[in-house]
Design a binder for this molecule. Sequence first.
Ligand code: NAD
Ligand code: UD1
Length: 341
Amino acid sequence: MKVLVTGGAGYIGSHTLVALLAAGHEVCVFDNFSNSSPVALARVRQLTNRDIRLVEADICNGDALMQATTEFRPDAVIHFAGLKAVGESSENPLLYYANNVAGSVNLLAAMDAAECHRIIFSSSATVYGRAQYLPFDEQHPVHPTNPYGRTKAIVEELIRDWAAAHPTASAVLLRYFNPVGAHDSGLIGEDPRDIPNNLMPFVAQVAVGRRTSLAIFGDDYNTRDGTGERDYIHVVDLANAHLAALDYSEKGPCCEVVNVGTGRGITVKELVAAYERACGRNIPAQIAPRRPGDVASSYAATAKAERLLGWRAALDIDAMCTSSWRWQSNNIEGYGDASAG
Ligand code: NAD
Ligand code: UD1
């Protein structure tokens, strides 16, 4: 199948490319490298020994998207491109609405022009907001608490309306929980540009000596050990969920929202202990105040993914930490370590 992958050079996109190419699909990446490096694509080529078409452009540029879809003529699109920093989305909401919402409108119009009506979209568990009950199932009310989350909820609605207007459309809206880890080769992984907002990349940078210690945001939550509990999902499992979603979308018209998680919560302290086992080093950490907006616990109900997609997570927290450590210790400065190409 021919798959257009927006944001394919990014963290989740690059891992999904490896899975797509291994499964024999032909890909075209559409990315402006605003939060990624061309080195990631060179590494994917190295890992798969396959060529990757690249269109270096912005999804805010509707003409460039239109040209990409009408030239490549994809059978399906996987739409990763977007901005994802929660704090930045509150400081600059218009940037998030322009990239995530208007960019998605451009993409759907470009798909229409090329008569492609199959899309897999990167949504987020952040659309649920504060838990009314756990685990989060797909029926849980959607109440995002920040502009980033609202852009994801709006694009879900946008795709629903677009799919309803096309009798043959298939759309799978994947709500990712907390993607972490790296490809086992250690060649590709998560490479945040600034100070990491998320726990695992921060821990990885402490382990490798780029940062001195971890601040644990609160130890007085109502959880096993008082620290925040999340559903970490190995990025390789997540990449495979996209293949399963593509297969599902081929069966016939649909528009489905599906959680992608393990169903299991891990606390901050448990994750740090697992990382220490993986790297054989001590991770210095101190307790700090709670981070505003954080919730105690978040984890997925996974039954729908199993039933609809026939997919379930296979890799545990030790595999997530071991692979993250392999990537981080081999690439201390991320892709910045590599000479281009
Ligand atoms: P990432 O930043 O590593 O990848 C996003 C890619 O999109 C990057 O290569 C970036 O250069 C590209 N991009 C961004 N804006 C663009 C634009 N306007 N035009 C063209 N390309 C653009 O992020 P990721 O972690 O791989 O996330 C991928 C998707 O999954 C995002 O939509 C994100 O919101 C969503 N998501 C991520 C997480 C997570 O924790 N990583 C969780 C839930 C959902
Ligand atoms: C964050 C985003 C969420 C996004 C998700 C994607 C916020 C407020 N929320 O959520 O929108 O969907 O990432 O993966 O940014 N922690 C520390 N120290 C740190 C960093 C984190 O103790 O330096 C704790 C947090 O308090 C939390 C846990 O680690 O309990 C996980 O944090 P993080 O990786 O940021 O993920 P989320 O909070 O789920």
